[in-house]
Design a protein around this ligand. Sequence first.
Ligand SMILES: NC(=O)C1=CN([C@@H]2O[C@H](COP(=O)(O)OP(=O)(O)OC[C@H]3O[C@@H](n4cnc5c(N)ncnc54)[C@H](OP(=O)(O)O)[C@@H]3O)[C@@H](O)[C@H]2O)[C@@H](O)CC1
Ligand SMILES: Nc1ncnc2c1ncn2[C@@H]1O[C@H](COP(=O)(O)OP(=O)(O)O)[C@@H](O)[C@H]1O
Ligand SMILES: [K+]
Length: 507
Amino acid sequence: MKILTAAQTRQADAATLQAEGITSAELMERAATAFCEWLLNRLPLPGQRPIYIFCGPGNNGGDGLAVARQLHEAGYQPQVWGLPAARPSADFTLNRRRLPTEVPYQEVDAKKLPPLPAHALVIDALFGTGLSRPLTGAAATLVQHLNQSGAAIVAVDLPSGLFADAPQSPDSPVVRAHHTVSFELPKLAFLLPQNAEFVGEWEVLPIHLDSAFIHNTSVDNYFVDDNVIRGRLPARSKFSHKGTFGHVLLLAGSRGKIGASVLAARACLRGGVGLLTVRIPAVGYHIMQTSAPEAMTLADPATDFVTELPDLKPYAAIGIGPGLGQEHATCEVLRQLLRKANVPLVLDADALNLLGANPGLLPLLPRESLLTPHPKEFERLVGKPARDDYHRLEQLRTFAREYKCYCVLKGAYTTLAAPDGTLYFNSTGNPGMATGGSGDVLTGLLLALRADKRLSPLDAALLGLYAHGRAGDRAAQQTGEAGLVAGDLVRFIGPVLQELTATPPRL
Ligand SMILES: NC(=O)C1=CN([C@@H]2O[C@H](COP(=O)(O)OP(=O)(O)OC[C@H]3O[C@@H](n4cnc5c(N)ncnc54)[C@H](OP(=O)(O)O)[C@@H]3O)[C@@H](O)[C@H]2O)[C@@H](O)CC1
Ligand SMILES: Nc1ncnc2c1ncn2[C@@H]1O[C@H](COP(=O)(O)OP(=O)(O)O)[C@@H](O)[C@H]1O
Ligand SMILES: [K+]
């Protein structure tokens, strides 16, 4: 799914009007109908809960007025409040006229704001994608009032005060919505941790914007949902053999962190790899042989950490990092690996910390390497903290372009940057995955998929991120979020990959 900017959303509106020969008021009616359908499925019967709709001067306010009319038609008695406006939009004015006289409409007076009972439902239709500057004056006072009311707030399209695709200044007020109900495609703002307190739970409802326009519009950001991923993993041919899926090498583990290498190894095996060899320090030899007997174990001459790079010839892909430690000798192994490797690399955890501590290694990164930092590791990698989440995304894009690599920023909507700077936001996963070892599982899974020659580097990364999150979602259904441990993810990798595998065409 593409993520359009606010400007592109306006163009999509215009293209839809032209392609379908409809008026903007008709498109607004479509949006209001979709919104009301969503809301009516969740509202108690009329009369049980007071509904307040706050409308701004533009088309977001127009949506609010159309919603008020439709709720009235459904038997509800909303009260509508409008911000005083010198130049309301044409569709605002049209819907203001179409509002039945039985629906009370009052202008907001910032000095005498309506008291809002805590059990009220507030619909925020003040500002959407047309927000052009931070809120001040009456609008700001009203937003603070809504936020302090304790009422449940549902935002139409965007929480008012939030820009669709740019940071807001920290001191400008933004509606703290419990739900945000938007149209057609998700907005970048929904995907960033710094906006979570404003956006609440979000939903995107189809309003059938012109698909040809969306198809032909190039974007910098994508949202990766089930439709994007399902079928991307080719089915295994009847005559596959273990060579088809590659022999991979995993360099991982140090004393006290052999578990990280075990988790990554198990995930790699469940990810469908043909053969797996693990290079671990000698202290981990028996642990690995016992807990992942399917993997071959190459013990390092050193007891506690990896000090020697094995011969790389047999391997189709190489992963390095989980539990690795940051000893000087291990750093030299990483340096040699970067110099010698001519197969896909997956770098995680301490391999990334070593890169951050030794930036001279970065230019050695082979093209199309896949890096999987969490935000702290990413900060070490780029060497400076991000100003905010938007800035971090720009750092991510720049990093991927500069080193021609695939770089994953892990988190709630894990973000993959491709070498061309395009960002892909993953949609699966849950907070239960915020537990030690989940990242090691991801590394193992990505390593298996990078070795699968049938997949492009982009498809391997997208599929791995999506499947990892989905395995987490499946696991959490059984364990609960708090009870989820990283090993649970491994159990679901197989079933999830099966779900996502392409089915042969029917006869
Ligand atoms: N495809 C879709 O998704 C569809 C979208 N639709 C809906 O349209 C919405 C976009 O409507 P929109 O373009 O009229 O913009 P909107 O957000 O109402 O604000 C503009 C008004 O606010 C004003 N204003 C701005 N900033 C301000 C500030 N800080 N403080 C005070 N005023 C400020 C601005 O004034 P100006 O900047 O010109 O001075 C102007 O008057 C979109 O979010 C969705 O709800 C559906 O109807 C159809 C399908
Ligand atoms: N709130 C969340 N929602 C979805 N996924 C999450 C959430 N928190 C963590 N994750 C996922 O869990 C993994 C954690 O990785 P990482 O921080 O490297 O853990 P570790 O180093 O302990 O293995 C990442 O893939 C991340 O995307
Ligand atoms: K709004």
